[in-house]
Design a protein around this ligand. Structure first.
Ligand SMILES: NC(=O)c1ccc[n+]([C@@H]2O[C@H](COP(=O)([O-])OP(=O)(O)OC[C@H]3O[C@@H](n4cnc5c(N)ncnc54)[C@H](O)[C@@H]3O)[C@@H](O)[C@H]2O)c1
Length: 262
């Protein structure tokens, strides 16, 4: 088992990529803090882990609040005595033109996506130092590397996470704390479905997007979770400061438009 004896915190583990990752980490032997603002979704994640004979604890948290983040980290230490892995996965998306965006909408995106990443790292680092190291995985997006239409605040937040990752990889390397960033492409989660719409119209928008993806398929949360597992396990022991893109090839081309068959 790749994570035997390890304690992992996964934020936004109630659904989507976070849930798939929490389950993947637990199946590899990690004890997992399922940290999320949504209790009922998270209880389903905890049940799935327990059904797979893993160990998990739900902590209700708004990752944008320092008091909640401090409590989340302490919960891991109180229950299992250590923290080895932090997956800063919770995030929110807002599709809105810049001239219609309110100050509070901008601030909320930055708080949940960027400030929360800072807060999580701030509070786990002392524990990781004491353990002699750790693995931190932040969540960017293809929007960390290139512009995206209609999502200026989201893209700015994901760009910030990319350089926070690289800077902290330098600062924390001597402590044997690795800091990496996963950058998913089009992944089939509630966030994507809420963004592109449900029903036939939503399906049509997804198909249009997938025509720009060389592999031609939507990613599953489990596809991203497998890459996350690599980045938090010793399989990536020599890797820090990278932006690990999981996008079916989307960013490989300046131009690519191949309609899906069927
Ligand atoms: N789905 C995609 O196509 C895609 C692509 C690129 C990047 N991402 C990124 O991956 C991450 C996960 O995305 P997803 O698609 O699984 O999203 P999702 O919306 O399906 O799940 C996000 C989870 O985060 C939780 N959350 C939101 N705000 C929170 C807060 N303030 N405190 C605690 N928990 C909170 C939600 O309750 C939810 O359980 C996000 O950072 C997102 O930006 C997703």
């Amino acid at each position: 088992m790749k994570l035997a004896g390890k304690v992992a915190i996964v934020t936004g583990a109630g659904r989507g990529i976070g849930r798939a990752s929490a389950i993947a980490f637990a199946k590899e032997g990690a004890r997992v803090i399922v940290a999320d603002i949504d209790r009922s979704e998270s209880e389903a994640t905890v049940s799935a882990i327990e059904e797979a004979k893993g160990e998990a604890l739900f902590v209700e948290v708004d990752v944008a609040k320092e008091s909640d983040v401090r409590f989340m980290v302490q919960a891991a230490v109180d229950r299992w005595g250590r923290v080895d892995i932090l997956f800063n996965n919770a995030g929110i998306l807002l599709v809105k033109p810049i001239d219609e965006m309110t100050e509070s909408e901008w601030d909320r995106i930055m708080a949940v996506n960027v400030k929360a990443t800072f807060l999580g790292i701030k509070h786990v680092v002392p524990h990781m130092r004491r353990n002699g190291g750790g693995a931190i995985l932040n969540t960017g997006s293809i929007g960390s590397l290139t512009g995206q239409l209609g999502t200026p605040a989201y893209s700015a937040s994901k760009g910030a996470i990319a350089l926070l990752t690289k800077s902290l990889a330098l600062d924390l390397g001597r402590d044997r704390i690795r800091v990496n960033c996963i950058c998913p492409g089009i992944t089939d989660t509630s966030m994507l479905r809420e963004h592109l719409g449900h029903g036939l119209e939503g399906e049509a928008r997804i198909r249009a997007r997938l025509s720009r993806v060389p592999l031609g398929t939507i990613l599953s949360p489990e596809d991203v979770a497998r890459a996350a597992l690599y980045l938090v396990s010793d399989d990536s022991a020599g890797v820090t400061g990278i932006l690990h893109v999981v996008d079916g090839g989307l960013l490989a081309a300046a131009e690519f438009d191949q309609p899906l068959e069927g």
